[in-house]
Write a protein that binds this ligand. Structure first.
Ligand SMILES: CC(C)(COP(=O)(O)OP(=O)(O)OC[C@H]1O[C@@H](n2cnc3c(N)ncnc32)[C@H](O)[C@@H]1OP(=O)(O)O)[C@@H](O)C(=O)NCCC(=O)NCCS
Length: 186
């Protein structure tokens, strides 16, 4: 049984993971949501104008009073630089999938690994998940690298499971961590 507590602020050594507010639209748009390179392996198109970001944030913010809604803004050195969220969940199986993206300017500094570890700790320890999945396209190894540095193991590759925005079928790595594996890593 899951103990849903909603999107709760999480602090790590370098980061604050917090709820979005409508005032984050400008930073989100300019730092990552308008960047085609960031969206390359994701399900959404780069935002064509800040109006798209504003509308999306207004929608996201209406969900924060739902106890099973988990969607964090990643703040680094006082700046909004990315997003990590639960993109899919099964109440019945106590499982969920994580998704993340962030500003190119900050890639390669270990930031998403720090964020994903903290969110994994929160979802396992506080919410009571049994299993968490992170998927990445084989063409996007940095994302799989984040998952493995957080203790997830590659379970297999789903062939041509994702149609990219540029119309190509991509193979998808399925990385997962179980509660007992997470506990052993503590
Ligand atoms: C994927 C993403 C979240 C990674 O964030 P990040 O903060 O740069 O990740 P980290 O620095 O914590 O770790 C990245 C790791 O990938 C490794 N890496 C980077 N490019 C790589 C490549 N081409 N092949 C193999 N490993 C690679 C880095 O060396 C690093 O590992 P290390 O610390 O052991 O050296 C970021 O690149 C991003 O936002 N991409 C666009 C959105 C996206 O693709 N999201 C994931 C969808 S599945």
């Amino acid at each position: 049984m899951l103990n849903h507590i909603g999107t709760t602020t999480i602090k790590t050594k370098r980061l604050t993971l917090r709820r979005f507010t409508p005032q984050d639209a400008e930073a989100m748009y300019s730092n990552w949501a308008s960047d085609a390179r960031v969206a390359k392996f994701l399900t959404w198109l780069p935002h064509e104008s800040i109006e798209v970001t504003k509308a999306l944030l207004n929608d996201w913010c209406t969900h924060y009073d739902e106890k099973n809604y988990y969607n964090w803004l990643i703040e680094f050195e006082g700046q909004a630089i990315g997003n990590i969220s639960v993109v899919k969940q099964s109440e019945r199986d106590c499982s969920c999938d994580l998704g993340y993206c962030m500003s190119q300017k900050h890639w390669g500094k270990g930031i998403m690994t720090e964020a994903a570890k903290a969110v994994t700790d929160f979802l396992m320890g506080d919410v009571g998940m049994h299993r968490i999945v992170i998927e990445n396209a084989t063409e996007n190894p940095a994302s799989g690298c984040v998952a493995r540095k957080c203790g997830y193991t590659l379970e297999g590759v789903r062939k041509e499971a994702f149609l990219s925005l540029d119309g190509r079928w991509l193979d998808i790595c399925h990385n997962a961590i179980l509660k007992n594996e997470w506990l052993k890593s503590k």
